[in-house]
Design a protein around this ligand. Structure first.
Ligand code: CA
Length: 237
């Protein structure tokens, strides 16, 4: 562990999880700061300005979603929610409140590291202009030109399918909730037909299925597009 290692703030009241991460994260090149309560987490976030926050949703003092709302009032730090399975609805509220991603307990350590790496890459690129192109295997997307190619052959998308793909591309590697997708396409108004999003996503998937497994369905939560090839090579060296 060195001073230049990214700082992860863990807000978690379960001592077993804290102990596990305290021993396993530093050898992977991360500094770990620990908080047992939501209030302590907010204080330490302001004090240490962590690179990523790992936030348990079931905290003894304040609701994890409230912690996200308070953090988001002043910070863009990536927030990875750690949620118990029975807190499914809270998890979705957490993502809609501005959390970047989530892990469900019990989670694998490899999965945690992968999510942290994605979060750090996205944070590092926040100040760069958003790239308008995306490539993953045989799929090439040019958002500005409204062009989608599979193995060099143009795929015709409807305007709605294109909007959905654009949102997923901008969040590549991270989960996008049903609500976020819905708002991106139809605006912030109540969903008319809850099945319509699923139908559009199914059509989009079918058109792109030759590209292989591009999306995962996050049951009850939303969808996740694979990370682009460009991101796999980042950072250089
Ligand atoms: Ca807990």
């Amino acid at each position: 562990m060195s001073m230049n290692d990214p700082i992860l703030l863990l807000v978690e009241d379960d001592p077993a999880v804290r102990r596990f991460l305290r021993t396993s994260l530093p050898p992977q090149g991360y500094q770990l700061i620990e908080a047992e309560t939501g209030r302590e987490g907010l204080t330490l976030a302001a004090q240490y300005l962590p690179d990523v926050v790992l936030l348990d949703l079931g905290l003894p003092d304040v609701d994890g979603v409230e912690v996200i709302v308070q953090l988001r009032a002043w910070s863009l730090v990536p927030i990875l929610v750690i949620s118990a399975r029975e807190l499914e609805r809270q998890k979705i509220a957490a993502l809609d409140a501005g959390a970047d991603d989530y892990l469900t307990k019990p989670f694998g350590f490899g999965e945690l590291l992968a999510r942290v790496r994605v979060a750090l890459r996205h944070a590092a690129r926040r100040n760069e202009p958003t790239p308008s192109t995306f490539q993953a295997g045989p799929l090439e997307v040019d958002l500005a030109a409204h062009q989608v190619l599979l193995d060099g052959v143009e795929v015709h998308l409807t305007p709605i399918e294109h909007k959905l793909l654009a949102v997923l591309v901008r969040h590549a590697g991270r989960v996008v909730t049903h609500k976020q997708l819905h708002e991106a396409v139809w605006g912030p108004r109540p969903a008319g037909d809850p099945t319509s999003l699923r139908v559009y996503m199914m059509r989009l998937r079918r058109k792109l299925q030759r590209a292989g497994r591009l999306f995962t369905t996050e049951t009850g939560v939303g969808y996740r597009l694979v990370e682009g090839d460009r991101e796999e090579r980042w950072p250089p060296g």
